[in-house]
Design a protein around this ligand. Structure first.
Ligand SMILES: Nc1ncnc2c1ncn2[C@@H]1O[C@H](COP(=O)(O)OP(=O)(O)OP(=O)(O)O)[C@@H](O)[C@H]1O
Length: 642
């Protein structure tokens, strides 16, 4: 990223000084994207010369979860990153893959050229979002959704001036930002072709993602010359059975004069003058390419790849999921849970709608996510929508999307809607029992017709997803009372699975072991046996949400030399209930070295304050982190005098 020719570092520093002094970049001096990025960095309150502490990278467990979530992207990027690294091996550089938030997920390179501090900054789990590190290739490519080079003093923070970086966005088949590919190195080793190299590699990853994610659609390779077919310059489009364009790479969008937002709502006939029947009658085995005429009258050569049936989509294991699938990884031995997982796997293979029932906090959403990750659709998105958390008037546009300018306050470019964002993947509708009746009718129509019609636009769009719904309400009773449509109930309920409440589970010891392993505690972390016995008798009204949170808080309270979670690490409300249980049983009372109530109260206040601060005062998010309901959090705040 720069206004050619490269500006000298002293001039750049003066310009940045002027920005800090006056709040504005000097006019006409900088490349427009660099000026915008500096302005964003300035507005984020970053100090170019400041030495504010670096944010810690994600803890290993969170990083691993994120890598599992992005395993499709990582899997398709790895061979290309290795190829790229072979090209830059001798130039003191690294090849980096970041997720769509700028967090580094995978790096290749030898770190000799970096000091220890710099190594930490470029390690997996570190965020290079502009809001945290100012102008830099990864964060700025993310903000601009465009390929960018940021060299030396163009970085907003002086301490990053030793770097030269080039980054390009990687887009999904439906045009959403999937991640960022970057080459970073010592600024003395800058090469003018690096950005071109990274951009080409990003396109190769996009093509690989599209070809793998759209295997169950007809895929066409397109190019104005037959020799261009099969090269990096070719266009790729994916067509649904009904002839809707459901995926495309950037060259294809350019050839057809389309924007990515048109995907899913544009039919074959709107783009091509040639009849669709000719495509279906022309498989790859027919020999030479097919000649197509676009609606604008241009000729394109095409190679046709027929869809694979849903069942034949190969299930390749995710990098972090080696021997067991994502459901099996969460299986800690409870037979009811295992039975539910077995059924979910079978429904996934045939995309039969699944209804997950269970009390609040039993892990319905995590179960649904694991079922998606264990399904043939796992390379496509998992889109979770909480019907209870959205205001009624927003659910409609959120789910079904809207055309540009459909209503006051709508985004200018319109929105595809969450159902379309899940194309090829899984939609998880949480708290489906809270969906208003009027929207139940619309949802039913979508499920019957497998098409969505965005608000303010008459064209229906074909959609393909596996539907998982969840509720903690007795949905059958809601049907009998007329609050839930019976036809929708039968439509979403291909099969019901009931997840057991925590107090009903027979695998508490193994489950505890699993939860502790996820917490990143000290080596040898374990529970006092008397406490474990008492925990097994407690009825856990908040289920796994409450239990995992109690364990998390307990681990945080351990002194550096401690490995054993004991009575003193329990929160006061749980402790009181445990003691009541203990008193009412004949087993010998434990020797709890209980902290005084006042200090437990203080700890609870501190935990609440920290959670609120971490989420900028967002009560719902803080409650989620603490593992308590919003109402409980409000009650605690009132008790603490807020
Ligand atoms: N297997 C698990 N391992 C670790 N933590 C878990 C597990 N299952 C659930 N949890 C914890 O419980 C919390 C709640 O899980 P989840 O949101 O899936 O429950 P839910 O049943 O969908 O809740 P609700 O009905 O309130 O939406 C998670 O955020 C997580 O902290």
């Amino acid at each position: 990223m720069r206004a050619p020719p490269l500006l000298p570092a002293t001039l750049l520093r003066q310009a940045r000084h002027q920005l800090v002094e006056s709040g504005c970049c000097p006019p006409d001096m900088l490349d427009a994207r660099l000026a915008r990025s500096w302005q964003r960095s300035f507005s984020a309150g970053l100090q170019p010369l400041g030495c504010a502490a670096e944010l810690d990278p994600l803890p290993p467990r969170t990083l691993q979860q994120m890598q599992v979530q992005n395993h499709g992207l990582i899997r398709h990027s790895l061979p290309i990153m290795e190829y790229l690294f072979a090209q830059v091996r001798q130039s003191h550089s690294m090849v980096i893959l970041a997720d769509s938030q700028g967090v580094l997920m995978h790096t290749l390179g030898d770190l000799d050229f970096l000091s220890k501090v710099e190594r930490v900054a470029l390690a997996c789990g570190a965020s290079w979002h502009e809001s945290q590190r100012g102008t830099n290739a990864i964060g700025t490519a993310l903000a601009e959704v465009d390929g960018i080079e940021v060299h030396g003093a163009e970085h907003y923070l002086e301490r990053n001036g030793f770097l030269t970086c080039a980054a390009a966005p990687i887009l999904s088949a439906t045009g959403e930002l999937a991640g960022i590919l970057d080459i970073s190195g010592d600024q003395r080793s800058r090469h003018p072709h690096t950005l071109g190299l990274v951009s080409t590699a990003a396109r190769m990853i996009e093509n690989s993602l599209l070809l793998s994610g759209c295997q169950h659609h007809t895929v066409l390779q397109l190019h104005p010359q037959p020799e261009g077919l099969g090269t990096i310059a070719q266009g790729l489009i994916a067509l649904s059975d009904a002839g809707w364009l459901v995926g495309a790479n950037r060259p294809a969008l350019q050839l057809l004069g389309l924007r990515a937002t048109a995907l899913g709502s544009t039919s074959w006939g709107q783009c091509f003058a040639t009849a669709l029947q000719q495509v279906h009658g022309h498989p790859r085995t027919a020999g030479g390419p097919l000649l197509l005429r676009t609606g604008a009258g241009h000729l394109l050569y095409a190679q046709v790849q027929a869809p694979r049936s849903n069942l034949s989509v190969p299930v390749t294991p995710a990098p972090a999921v080696t021997t067991a699938d994502a459901l099996a990884q969460r299986d800690t031995g409870d037979l009811r849970w295992r039975n539910a997982a077995d059924k979910a796997r079978r429904m996934a293979a045939k995309s039969i709608p699944l209804l997950v029932l269970g009390e609040s906090g039993v892990g319905k959403e995590l179960f649904a996510k694991a079922a998606h990750e264990a399904s043939p659709r796992r390379d496509a998105p998992f889109v979770a929508i909480n019907c209870a958390a959205l205001p009624e008037h927003l659910i409609e546009s959120e789910l079904f999307g809207y055309a540009p300018g459909a209503f006051t306050g709508a985004r200018k470019q319109g929105s595809p809607g969450r159902l379309r964002q899940a194309q090829g993947g899984t939609v998880f509708l949480d708290e489906i029992g809270d969906m208003p009746l009027s929207l139940q009718t619309r949802l039913l129509r979508v499920l019957q017709e497998r098409q969505v019609t965005p608000l303010g636009c008459g064209d229906p769009v074909a959609v393909d997803f596996w539907l998982i719904c969840a509720t903690h309400q007795p949905l059958r009773a809601a049907v009998e009372q007329g609050r839930f449509r019976s036809d929708l109930y039968y439509r979403i309920n291909g099969l019901t699975v009931q997840l057991p409440a925590l107090r009903e589970r027979t695998d508490l010891h193994a489950l505890t072991h699993h939860l502790l392993a996820e917490l990143d505690g000290p080596p040898g972390l374990h529970l006092d046996p008397t406490l474990m016995q008492a925990l097994a008798r407690y009825d856990w009204p908040g289920n796994l949400r409450q239990y995992s949170n109690v364990l998390r808080t307990a681990v945080a309270l351990l002194e550096p030399h401690e490995q054993c979670i004991s009575w003193s690490h329990m929160p006061d409300d749980v402790l009181q209930s445990l003691q009541v249980l203990q008193d009412s049983t004949p087993t010998p009372p434990p020797p709890p070295s209980v902290l005084p109530a006042a200090s437990l109260q203080t700890l609870s206040q501190q935990a609440i304050a920290q959670a609120l601060q971490a989420h900028q005062g967002n009560v719902s998010a803080a409650a989620r982190q603490l593992g308590i309901s919003r109402q409980t959090l409000y009650r605690r705040l009132r008790e603490h005098g807020h």
